[in-house]
Design a protein around this ligand. Structure first.
Ligand code: SF4
Ligand code: SF4
Length: 345
C-alpha cells in the first residue's frame, strides 16, 4: 500500500491536501482524467499481483496455460484470476487500512510483542507539551513544540491522533512523521517531534538501546530460519505416495508367493526432469503393470505394480514394507506402505 499504491496515488493526485481538494470538487475533465488514470493503473497492478499469487498457488506452467490458451478451456482458472484481481483492486483502492485494523489478525498479534522499549512511531510528549497555537514571529517559547496544527491527524490514513499515544490502528506508515517534520521546519524547530522512538527513550531522553526482548525475538527468529533452512535442504526432489489399490485383497500365487496390488503417484518438485527407479526391500519383488522411469519438471506420474513376497516369510496378516525411491543412484526417499497376506503359521 505504502510502497506502490500510495506512491502512485501521490504521483497522480498530489499530496494529502491536494487529494482532499480533488475529492471535494465537482467532476471535471481534470478530475476524471486523474481518477481514471489512478484506477486504471491500480487495476493493472492488481491483475499482476493476482497472476503472481495464482502462480504461487498452482505453479507457473498451469498459469501460463490459463493465460495463453482459449478461455473456455480454463474457465475456472480465468474466473479465479478475475476474482483475485477484483479483490486486490478493492483492497488497495477502497478497503485499504480497514484490512490492517479490522480484517488482518497479524496487527493485533503484534501488539502482544511490545513493551516500553519497543521502537514505534511515537509523539515526543516531553518535547511537544504543553501545546500552543503558533506564533510565527518567535522561534523560542516556554511552551512545547507542538503547535496543535492537527496536520498529523489529517494525514493519518487510519484517522488516529498519535499524540494520544500508541494505538492499535497505527500501521507505522510514517505519514505523520513527514507531515510534522515539515511543520517543524516551517517554525524553525528541530525535526522528529513525531518519530521512531520508544516510550523509555521519550521518558529518559536517552538514545535508543535494544532491550532483552529484541535479543530474545532475534534468537527465536534465528532458530526458526535455521529450522526452515534445514527442512528446505532436506526436501526430496520427488514426493511419492504409494497406496494399496482400493477394493483389493492379496493374491496367492501358484509358486508359493503372495502379492498385493499398489497404485503410486510421484510428483517432481524440481524445475528439471528427474529419472527414478522404485526398488523393493530385500526378499521382496516388484512386478510393474504400468511403469515409467522419468518425470518431467513439475510433473506427476502414476504407477501400478504388484509387490510379491514369499508366503513363508509372512509373519502377520498386516505388515509394513518399505520401497526405495532411487534417482541417479541416490536413495531419495524410503516410502512406507502396508502389505496384507495370510500369515504363515
Ligand atoms: S503535526 Fe506536529 S505540530 Fe502539528 S499537531 Fe501534529 S505533532 Fe503537533
Ligand atoms: S504512522 Fe502516523 S500516520 Fe501512519 S498510521 Fe501511525 S499514526 Fe497514522
Amino acid at each position: 500500500m505504502e510502497i506502490v499504491f500510495r506512491k502512485i496515488e501521490n504521483w497522480i493526485e498530489g499530496d494529502y491536501i491536494k487529494q482532499k481538494k480533488l475529492n471535494e470538487v465537482p467532476l471535471s475533465a481534470e478530475k476524471g482524467l486523474k481518477k481514471g488514470l489512478k484506477h486504471f493503473v491500480f487495476a493493472i497492478i492488481s491483475a499482476a499481483i493476482a497472476n503472481i499469487f495464482l502462480a504461487y498457488i498452482i505453479g507457473l506452467n498451469p498459469l501460463l496455460k490459463i493465460i495463453t490458451e482459449p478461455i473456455d478451456q480454463h474457465l475456472i482458472g480465468f474466473v479465479s484470476i478475475l476474482i483475485f484481481t477484483i479483490i486486490f483492486y478493492a483492497v488497495f483502492a477502497y478497503v485499504r487500512e480497514i484490512v490492517c485494523t479490522v480484517i488482518c489478525p497479524y496487527g493485533r498479534l503484534q501488539g502482544v510483542l511490545l513493551d516500553s522499549k519497543s521502537l514505534l512511531v511515537a509523539y515526543d510528549y516531553e518535547r511537544g507539551e504543553p501545546r500552543h497555537k503558533v506564533d510565527k514571529s518567535t522561534t523560542e517559547s516556554s511552551s512545547g513544540d507542538c503547535i496543535d496544527c492537527n496536520i498529523c491527524v489529517h494525514v493519518c490514513p487510519t484517522g488516529i491522533d498519535i499524540r494520544k499515544g500508541t494505538q492499535l490502528e497505527c500501521i507505522n506508515c510514517t505519514a505523520c512523521i513527514d507531515a510534522c517534520d515539515m511543520v517543524m521546519e516551517k517554525i524553525h524547530r528541530e525535526p522528529r517531534l513525531i518519530g521512531f522512538k520508544s516510550e523509555k527513550q521519550i521518558q529518559t531522553h536517552q538514545p535508543f538501546k535494544f532491550g532483552k526482548r529484541v535479543y530474545g525475538y532475534a534468537a527465536i527468529l534465528l532458530v526458526m530460519i535455521s529450522a526452515m533452512a534445514i527442512l528446505i535442504f532436506q526436501r526430496s526432489d520427488i514426493d511419492a505416495t504409494i497406496l494399496r489399490a482400493s477394493g483389493t485383497l492379496y493374491q496367492e500365487r501358484s509358486n508359493g508367493t503372495v502379492s498385493n496390488l499398489y497404485n503410486a503417484e510421484l510428483i517432481n518438485k524440481t524445475a528439471y526432469p528427474v529419472n527414478f527407479s522404485l526398488e523393493p526391500e530385500k526378499g521382496t519383488e516388484i512386478q510393474f503393470i504400468q511403469k515409467q522411469n522419468s518425470i518431467a519438471k513439475g510433473g506427476t506420474v502414476k504407477l501400478t505394480f504388484f509387490v510379491i513376497r514369499p508366503q513363508k516369510s509372512i509373519a502377520a496378516y498386516k505388515s509394513e514394507i518399505q520401497l526405495k525411491l532411487i534417482s541417479n543412484g541416490k536413495l531419495i526417499d524410503l516410502v512406507k506402505t502396508t502389505f496384507i497376506a495370510p500369515p504363515n503359521l
